[in-house]
Design a protein around this ligand. Structure first.
Ligand SMILES: C[S@@+](CC[C@H](N)C(=O)[O-])C[C@H]1O[C@@H](n2cnc3c(N)ncnc32)[C@H](O)[C@@H]1O
Length: 243
């Protein structure tokens, strides 16, 4: 599914400034250290925030994402030359052996199609050295966050942000459908020059047991399922290992 938030150049360019707090990535930087990773593949790297953080710490990093506009934002950031950027999904990876594969920002949920999901798991396994970890998060369906999102409307979510070099951007969101395991929502972005860009997003919510089974099917061992320290009770953070 092509989500304009990531694939439209004008929306990809405001993804980071609209959501600048990336303390969610601290846990992934800490896990890279915990597991002694020297090389990392970030699947669904988007605008490259984690890849750049890890490369700045001296790790060898590859970032891949099917949304070219997002990867182009990453390619334009300071330090981008330290990272190998690839356009595509985990089925498009060249042969590699890394210590750690990451998938942050609930990118797993943006992979809604079962074929794409299995391609991702197969690609993560193939990219890992034996003993390497695959760590990623997905919102815990037991938390039923869509019940909170049901209250979204222009009135409740409207924000006006003045972005350097971009100008004033008005945004709001609304829930458009809950048909589990799928939850869909719309984002509206109104730019100062009058352009209105609408994104339609669908997320897939997977149960813990389902993800554990899928990982095992692809040869991965599930060592742990953690909490996201910055979002306790909301996320399932899988720590899987290629034996
Ligand atoms: C919410 S963004 C998160 C981006 C980044 N990981 C972060 O933490 O900022 C979700 C990302 O998943 C990517 N995505 C969608 N389908 C994908 C797929 N099949 N394989 C890899 N990434 C995918 C999107 O293009 C988008 O960049």
């Amino acid at each position: 599914m092509n989500d304009a938030n990531y694939g439209h150049p004008r929306l990809a360019a405001i993804y980071d400034p609209l959501d600048p707090d990336r303390s969610d990535l601290d846990a992934y930087v800490a896990m890279a250290e915990e597991f002694g990773a020297r090389s990392v593949l970030d699947v669904g790297c988007g605008t490259g925030v984690l890849a750049l953080l890890l490369a700045a710490r001296g790790l060898t990093v590859t970032g891949i994402d099917p949304a070219r506009a997002s990867v182009d934002v990453a390619r334009g950031k300071p330090g981008a030359e330290r990272v190998r950027w690839l356009d595509g999904d985990a089925g498009d990876l060249p042969p590699m052996r890394v210590d750690l594969v990451t998938m942050t920002g609930n990118a797993a949920q943006a992979i809604v199609d079962p074929h794409d999901w299995h391609t991702t798991l197969r690609g993560a396994y193939a990219a890992l050295s034996p003993g390497g970890r695959f760590v990623f998060e997905t919102r815990d369906p037991a938390r039923r966050v869509w019940d909170d999102w049901a209250g979204w409307s222009r009135a409740t979510t409207r924000r006006v942000t003045d972005l350097p070099g971009v100008g004033r951007v008005e945004t709001w969101a609304e829930l458009t459908g809950v048909s589990l395991p799928f939850v869909s929502f719309r984002g509206v972005h109104v730019f100062a020059d009058g352009e209105v860009l609408v994104s339609e997003s669908t997320l897939r919510f997977r149960e813990r047991a389902e993800v554990e089974r899928d990982l095992r099917e692809h040869g991965l061992v599930v060592d742990e399922v953690r909490e996201a320290p910055d979002r306790p009770g909301h996320e399932l953070v899988f720590v899987a290992r290629r034996p």
